[in-house]
Design a binder for this molecule. Structure first.
Ligand code: SF4
Length: 422
């Protein structure tokens, strides 16, 4: 995740990046060096965010510099209020694979309750961005003021063909959300209400072309939703759960390893260097070394849920002292080692025939959109670059899948080489 600019034209109540607006941005010269290092380093996905990315003074040049990113998926997040024809043209010719737009409701009042009165502008921007031809994801923050209506938005997106995916998440106790959390906070029952509505609508919407998910259900409750069969999940879902998979670069240039934290806040220091002053390539190697060395520790999921979503208690004193303390995190909380990817709860699901058939078909149709990477634990990650879906398979399952690739290609009379790892 790279926050390229620390400024925004909106003031959403739950904003993480904007606790302090500094009018700071990462210059394109620094980003160009960072992008080159990232391509070499080869993560699955690069997410460019802000603040509002369209307030970066060199947005077009930034996209040009990002064209070196070929192996990872490249995602841009925007509030869509500043979109015009030039922005759409820049995005259309860019190597961006996915655009995420934030929308919080179908009614002006539900959207405005935390994001301000801009729904008309946002929907106009979303319609324009749809013309870029990129995969479109709408992200909604479901909070106390809008959560009952959030799946109505999924239906509107489907009916108007405005998005390919709709990701719902809960507000996180971070940044400006800290001041407003009493208004926003969902209780445990609300998480179940949202997940039930998602489960009920999911199949029908998927048939109509929209993938719907509630990303915060597992982190808050520890339960994999019943509808989540198979081994495919969004990279965002995986990153929420697998704390050794994220590197975060802030507009100041600080490179952070956010193992202990959520939103844009961490418990204790997490900065390992700065891309403005140091070599981005060396910093990425250093971050990877720290993440793989096995010494990092995280909060237990249930402890993190209490703080991150203020579950169980509406008293934020304990969370504030945790986030604001300068003390060693080990002195502040019970920390546990990060569990390896091979013991991720989704690995208990069987690989589902339908998901493999879909992957094989997609690889034959659009091989450039599929990337295969081997995790340090031996798990094979099959990543769909534009959709940001990752399917996790064991090495033996991967072997079988390869045979299937060959078989289906032969049956279809096609000469398609197997997907290779990169
Ligand atoms: S949440 Fe996004 S759109 Fe809202 S103020 Fe923060 S950066 Fe801007």
């Amino acid at each position: 995740m790279i926050d390229v600019v620390q400024q925004c034209n909106l003031r959403c109540l739950y904003c993480h990046p904007g606790k302090v607006w500094l009018n700071e941005h990462l210059p394109v010269a620094v980003l160009a060096k960072t992008f080159a290092a990232i391509e070499e380093f080869g993560p699955l996905e690069v997410v460019l965010s802000g603040g509002e990315i369209l307030m970066h003074p060199e947005f077009g040049e930034l996209l040009d510099a990002a064209s070196v990113i070929r192996r990872p998926g490249l995602t841009v997040i925007t509030n869509a209020t500043l979109v015009d024809d030039e922005v759409v043209a820049n995005l259309r010719r860019s190597t961006v694979s996915r655009i995420c737009v934030s929308v919080d409701g179908v009614e002006g009042s539900s959207h405005a309750s935390a994001r301000g009165r801009n729904l008309r502008q946002v929907m106009h921007g979303l319609r324009l961005l749809r013309e870029s031809g990129k995969e479109m994801t709408v992200i909604s923050v479901a909070h106390k003021g809008n959560y009952q209506e959030i799946v109505s938005l999924s239906r509107l997106l489907t009916n108007e063909g405005l998005a390919d995916q709709h990701h719902i998440c809960a507000p996180v106790y971070s940044g400006t959300a800290r001041q407003h959390y009493a208004r926003l906070r969902l209780d445990r029952d609300d998480f179940y209400t949202i997940q039930r509505a998602v489960d009920e609508a999911r199949g029908e919407l998927l048939q109509a072309g929209l993938f719907l998910t509630f990303n915060s259900f597992w982190p808050a409750t520890g339960e994999i939703p019943a509808a989540q069969t198979g081994r495919t999940l969004t990279l965002q879902q995986l990153a929420e759960q697998q704390k050794d998979s994220n590197i975060h670069i802030r507009p100041s240039g600080d490179v952070r390893i956010p193992v202990l934290g959520w939103g844009r806040e961490t418990v204790g220091g997490s900065t390992i260097g700065n891309v403005r002053r140091g070599d981005p390539a060396a910093l990425l190697v250093e971050a990877n070394r720290s993440l793989r060395a096995g010494g990092l520790r995280q909060l237990r999921r249930e402890d993190e849920a209490v703080h991150k979503f203020q579950l169980r208690t509406a008293d934020d004193t304990e969370t504030n002292s945790l986030l604001d303390s300068e003390a060693d995190p080990l002195d502040l909380a019970d920390l546990i080692p990060i569990a390896p990817l091979s013991s991720h709860p989704i690995m208990r699901n069987s690989v589902c025939l339908a998901e493999l058939q879909a992957l094989v078909a997609r690889f034959h149709e659009e091989p450039a959109k599929i990337r295969v990477a081997k995790h340090a634990t031996g798990i094979i990650m099959i990543f769909q670059r534009d959709r940001s879906f990752v399917t996790l398979v064991q090495p033996a399952e991967w072997k079988k899948l390869n045979e299937w690739f060959d078989e289906t290609a032969t049956n279809a009379g096609k000469r398609v080489s197997r997907p290779s790892q990169s």
